[in-house]
Design a protein around this ligand. Structure first.
Ligand SMILES: [Fe+2]
Ligand SMILES: [Fe+2]
Length: 301
């Protein structure tokens, strides 16, 4: 798996959706589980700029190759979120994308600022912190594309299959960048390997956790991966990440699935109740209405 930053810069572009059969989106039914996953995935794609804000307070901003990648990556991810939103709107679920994004962010509140500050401190205290976020980037991209593959399989929706298939191609390139960069950083650097392993074993959480609750993460994991093929795919994700120097035998995604199963064992309605109750709307924050946070004003104000 190779990656050329020069080629990526030249070729990076907005997701090409020419020929997607948008007009037939509502003709094929989706289950509540499919819809739950789509909302989750859209929210996480739309959260990328805030994730980026974390990366840019770290030593990452010193590396021009990394910042060039992030500039293009952020733009590509924007169109993943936009197109998932468009798909849901065309399916018949009404929401205003901008309001939804603003609500998701506003609901993070103080926690987001604390998280930025601790990432910043961690990065400046630990020289090898870069290895950690590069590894996490690789895991997140690989998990995301594996999740999209699982949703294609679960939903059987032809238009969704076409759209997600196109997004998966972007995610593969993102994975290649993060994986190769992490490998480069970790190769022959035992100290970095130890820091990376320690952090991943203790601090790592599945993509979306933090924006989403543990129960939402579990609902998605169990819906997409709690069958023989799904479990195998998560073990493959772990095996691929385990090829990074110092991460041999690491268990991340499979562990997350087993822990989700345990929580479900203790409370059988755990996760599934969110899907059954169609709990995918995002409530506006109790304090700080969107207008106060974004300075956007309704027409006529
Ligand atoms: Fe994406
Ligand atoms: Fe991505």
């Amino acid at each position: 798996m190779s990656f050329s930053i020069e080629r990526y810069k030249e070729e990076s572009k907005k997701l090409d959706t020419a020929g997607v059969a948008w007009d037939t989106v509502a003709e094929h039914r989706l289950s509540r589980g499919d819809l739950f996953c789509l909302h989750y995935m859209m929210d996480i794609e739309n959260h990328v700029p805030l994730y980026l804000s974390h990366l840019l307070v770290t030593r990452a901003c010193m590396d021009p190759i990394l910042t060039a990648f992030l500039a293009c990556w952020n733009y590509e991810e924007l169109w993943h979120g936009e197109n998932l939103g468009k798909f849901l709107n065309l399916y018949g679920i009404e929401f205003d994308t901008q309001d939804r994004i603003a609500n998701v962010r506003a609901n993070l509140g103080f926690q987001n600022s604390v998280s930025i500050l601790s990432t910043m401190a961690g990065s400046w205290l630990l020289k090898d912190f870069s290895a950690v976020y590069l590894s996490i980037g690789a895991i997140n991209e690989l998990t995301t594309l594996t999740g999209y593959g699982a949703l294609i399989r679960k939903s059987g929706h032809p238009v969704l299959k076409d759209l997600l298939g196109r997004i998966i191609k972007d995610e593969r390139r993102h994975f290649a960048f993060y994986f190769n960069s992490a490998k480069e950083w970790l190769s022959g650097n035992e100290k970095a390997q130890r820091v990376d392993r320690w952090m991943l074993d203790r601090v790592w959480v599945p993509v979306g956790k933090g924006v989403k609750t543990q129960e939402e993460v579990d609902a998605l994991a169990v819906y997409l991966f709690d069958d023989e093929q799904g479990e195998e795919e998560l073990l493959e994700v772990d095996a691929k990440i385990g090829k990074l120097p110092g991460l041999e035998g690491i268990k991340l995604m499979s562990k997350a699935l087993y822990e989700a199963r345990e929580r479900m064992g203790r409370n059988p309605s755990w996760g599934q109740r969110l899907i059954d109750n169609e709990a995918w709307a995002v409530a506006p924050p109790k304090k700080s209405p969107i207008g106060a946070l974004t300075t956007r004003r309704a027409a006529g104000d």
